[in-house]
Design a protein around this ligand. Structure first.
Ligand code: PMP
Length: 426
């Protein structure tokens, strides 16, 4: 295969020498990554930027920047490096995993390993299917009621704790008699109700929650139980999936877009209790029917092969870290120092979310001195190679997303920067 590649005019990229490592500064670790020259230039421009030599803060991440994006979000460097090493010639096949049949032995092994590792990570019981789907978590907003409600007249409960659960609720109204069990809207989505005081419909087919509101930074620390004995708990876990152990057996359905904690966009993972499969409303589009995907081991049609493969690498990485209990400890520590810094700022930085439900993944905060200073904060942080800190356009402010792959050093650097910024702009 390699011989064929060398003779192709398109193969030049493969044979460009690895770029020299930056002489000093935060990007030094990048030197071990073999990038084509063009990509290397982009990377170096980003990392060489302002501050390696002059910044009062710790060096930036291994790639020269800390990426606080809410999703698509930072991935573990080791995963990207492994994917890079295997990109052109996947495990001796002479093809990338993007170029081969999704029914061939290589991809078959990759998807099976990804599923097995995810099952190990989350201790997914045999009672539940693991499905790799497409359409984003947003597609599950309709797939859930279509699969779990016998007809559009069947009741379902929604706990609306932020923008994402609100979207799920609105979509579900098309396919079920969805009603509001609780809304945090009046409190600007900064709290959750006591779990026992949610006004559930005793006939609801399911109670839907968003376990972590990515925009508002509200996270369930424990989960409500449906009052309907046959009712199900359903969770959109997009932004805290695999950030901590979860008792999967408590849930009828868990779904998550991959692009925050476990991979690139393009794949949505659904963990569905097996006895719920095969009961979709008759007019359910085939691609939204869990049974089709369960019967075909997520290979009914062409799956997002590359995204699934990357998720598999992330699952391996999380297992190598000691599993989700270890990952949770790291996440608690990272979030702890950031919230402490906010709370110790004397009101300069403000996190509006009630302490007991603050997210370990998405930390939104505002600045008492107003939006102009927030803009300045975000711009100056970017100059220090801390990127994508702008709050969601619907709420403004600042948001630091600190998913699994955000190193502790990134949060420490942000905290040091916050203190310095406050001192300079009292
Ligand atoms: N739910 C949550 C909690 C999210 O954060 C997002 C995306 N940011 C979505 C659903 C929608 O996901 P997707 O873009 O994959 O449809």
């Amino acid at each position: 295969m390699a011989a064929a590649a060398t003779s192709s005019p398109h193969s030049m990229l493969l044979h460009r020498p690895s770029p020299a490592a930056p002489k000093a500064g935060p990007a030094a670790a990048v030197s071990s990554i073999r990038l084509p020259a063009r990509a290397a230039k982009i990377s170096c421009a980003a990392v060489a930027a302002p501050s390696a030599a002059t910044s009062p803060f710790a060096a930036a991440g291994e790639r020269g920047v800390y990426n606080f994006a809410a999703g698509p979000a930072t991935l573990p460097l080791a995963v990207l490096q492994k994917a890079q090493a295997e990109l052109v010639d996947y495990r001796g096949s002479g093809m990338s995993i993007m170029e081969m049949s999704h029914r061939g032995k290589e991809f078959d092994a990759a998807i099976k390993k990804a599923e097995a590792d995810l099952r190990a990570l989350l201790a997914v019981p045999d009672t539940h299917e693991v499905l790799f789907l497409q359409g984003g978590a947003s597609t599950q907003f309709s797939a859930v009621p279509l699969n779990l409600c016998a007809s559009p007249a069947a009741p379902a409960d929604f706990l609306v704790s932020g923008s994402w659960s609100d979207k799920a609720f609105k979509e579900a109204k098309k396919f079920s008699a969805a009603s509001l069990a609780w809304s945090g809207k009046d409190g600007k989505y900064t709290s959750l109700p006591p779990l026992t005081s949610i006004s559930q419909n005793p006939d609801a087919a399911f109670l839907h929650i968003c376990s972590n509101e990515t925009i508002h930074g509200v996270e369930f620390k424990d989960y409500p139980e449906p009052t309907n004995k046959n009712g199900l708990l359903v969770a959109d876990m997009s932004s805290n999936f695999c950030s901590k152990p979860v008792d999967v057996s408590k849930f009828g359905v868990i779904y998550a877009g991959a692009q925050k904690n476990v991979g690139p966009s393009g794949v949505t993972i659904a963990i569905v209790r097996k006895d719920l499969v095969g009961k979709a409303q008759p007019n359910t589009p085939v691609m939204l029917d869990y049974k089709i995907h369960a019967d075909n081991a997520s290979l009914y049609n062409t799956p997002p092969c590359f995204a699934i493969y990357i998720c598999g690498l992330v699952f391996e990485d999380l297992l190598a870290q000691g599993g989700l209990a270890e990952v949770e400890k790291k996440n608690q520590h990272k979030a702890g120092i950031l919230y402490d810094a906010i709370d110790a700022s004397g009101g300069y930085f403000v996190c509006p979310v009630e302490k007991s439900v603050r997210s370990l993944m998405n930390v939104p905060f505002t600045m008492a001195k107003g939006a102009d200073l927030e803009k300045q904060f975000i711009a100056e942080a970017a100059k220090e190679n801390m990127l994508q800190l702008k709050g969601h356009r619907s709420v403004g402010g600042v948001r630091a997303s600190i998913y699994n792959a955000m190193p502790l050093s990134g949060v420490e650097k942000l905290v040091a920067f916050m203190k310095d910024f406050q001192a300079r702009n009292p």
